[in-house]
Design a protein around this ligand. Structure first.
Ligand code: FES
Length: 145
């Protein structure tokens, strides 16, 4: 192998290794941090099993079929639940979820787990849905909020 060929192939290997290490750290470039539950809307209600929530996974992302946005459903420490639409209130971009925030990749807005703006340019809270629970299911009420 000639020197030029060796350098070229070595650089390609370095680029691939760098991309493999850095891309997963960038929001939106790595594998999804949370599994998305795909579901149907019936009578303006969405039901998901309470068994979806565990101590290790108190946050579930629910995406009704045909919707552009997911709903982040969180089991809080006091065993109540919240449901927030992951649609940026600045210019409607989809938000990504992390452990303690929801972030917009378009202009950098961030929201806390209660849906309040922690970083602009967004100014409004995320849309919150009313939720209720019985022995087995959590119900998200799309009309009542
Ligand atoms: S659309 Fe989210 S910050 Fe602009």
């Amino acid at each position: 192998m000639e020197r030029r060929e060796f350098l070229k192939s070595s650089c390609n290997v370095c680029l691939m290794l760098t991309a493999g290490l850095i891309l997963p750290m960038l929001p939106g470039c790595g594998p999804a941090a949370y599994q998305v539950i795909h579901t149907e809307v019936r009578n303006d209600l969405i039901e998901i099993p309470l068994s979806s929530f565990t101590q290790q996974s108190p946050l579930q992302l629910v995406r009704p079929n045909g919707w552009l946005y997911a709903i982040a459903v969180r089991k809080k420490e006091d065993s109540t639940y919240s449901a927030l639409l992951l649609k940026c209130t600045h210019q409607d971009n989809q938000l990504t979820a992390s452990a303690n925030s929801f972030n917009c990749s378009l202009h950098g807005s961030a929201f806390n787990t209660e849906g309040a703006v922690t970083k602009g340019p967004a100014e409004k809270h995320l849309k919150q849905y009313t939720v209720s629970a019985d022995q087995t299911n959590l119900t998200i009420h799309l009309k009542a909020s």
